[in-house]
Design a binder for this molecule. Structure first.
Ligand code: BJW
Ligand code: ZN
Length: 229
């Protein structure tokens, strides 16, 4: 059986990584247009670099939770029949033991050269970092996908959505496209679809089945059901 799993901020919430859409519409005190758009970066690069430097530094203080661990166990059973697509830029899936994670919105631990486009593993602070080691001239920016930019690995993801038998969305609000549309794409091509989220997402009615609760409880239980029917 071919399975595509899409994860969002909710899967890392119990690890202590804040989600994006809280009640006051701010994201760790910032307007989304100021820190997650190319225009925001051009207007105030220092603010944006510091914002991502703080989130990168915070990775040292969090660890994977049972939901990440459950998906790593599923990869060991399904191998290449599982595609794990995450919108998250943290590395908690990898630290739980998943080896083939598709980071469609990029990664905190990677830099992108604004001049030559080279993507390079990155640790530490980007504010004040030397220019790109490849072209020697370009400034580095976070290797993340902001609003108005094209997410990574879209061809590979669409192929997997077309082919999968089961699509499972975990811990995502269904507010941001193209990820929010994956359920309809998978379903149109014949997949069964399942939502695992704390509350009903914006797209909950697109799923055949929705289970609501904490990812740390729901995911290990669902993996167990799938592996030991
Ligand atoms: C729990 C839990 C627990 C809590 N257990 N659950 C008008 C209509 C339609 C689309 C558009 C439009 N205008 C513009 C667009 C396109 C735009 C878009 O979607 N805008 C919307 C605002 C409408 N999209 C884009 O611009 C994208 N690019 C694009 O479309 O390019 C065109 C193209 C596409 C494909 C092929 C070719 C061309 C780019 C989007 C980039 C998003 N970037 C960000 C920042 C990334 C870097 C970073 O992290 O800083 O990605 S924004 C932010 O939102 C981040 C997230 O990955 C993303 C999704 O958030 P997520 O994960 O869903 O988090 P939350 O907080 O929203 O939800 C958490 C959920 O967890 C909640 O439901 C909780 O209940 C739940 N939860 N605790 C289980 N313990
Ligand atoms: Zn460069």
């Amino acid at each position: 059986m071919k399975v595509v799993v899409l994860t969002g901020a909710g899967i890392s919430a119990e690890s202590g990584v804040p989600t994006f859409r809280d009640a006051d519409g701010l994201w760790e005190g910032h307007r989304v247009e100021d820190v997650a758009t190319p225009e925001g970066f051009l207007a105030d690069p220092e603010l944006v670099l510091r914002f991502y430097d703080e989130r990168r530094a915070a990775l040292a203080h969090v660890g994977p939770n049972p939901a990440h661990v459950g998906l790593a166990a599923l990869e060991r059973v399904l191998g290449d029949d599982l595609m794990l697509v995450t919108q998250n830029i943290d590395d908690l899936h990898e630290r739980a033991g998943s080896h083939r994670v598709v980071h469609m919105h990029g990664e905190l631990l990677s830099s992108l050269c604004v001049r030559c486009g080279r993507r390079t593993p990155f640790q530490g602070d980007m504010l004040g970092a030397p220019p790109c080691g490849s072209c020697g001239k370009g400034d580095l920016r976070p290797d993340v996908v902001w609003f108005g930019e094209i997410p990574y690995h879209m061809d590979e993801i669409v192929d997997a959505l077309v082919e999968c038998d089961l699509f499972v969305s975990i811990g995502t609000s269904g507010a941001v496209y193209p990820a929010a549309g994956f359920v309809q794409q998978a379903r149109a091509y014949g997949a069964r679809t399942l939502e695992l989220n704390l509350v009903a997402s914006e797209g909950t009615h697109f799923f055949h089945e929705a289970r609501h609760g904490r990812a740390g409880d729901l995911v290990p239980r669902w993996v167990d059901e799938l592996v030991n029917p």
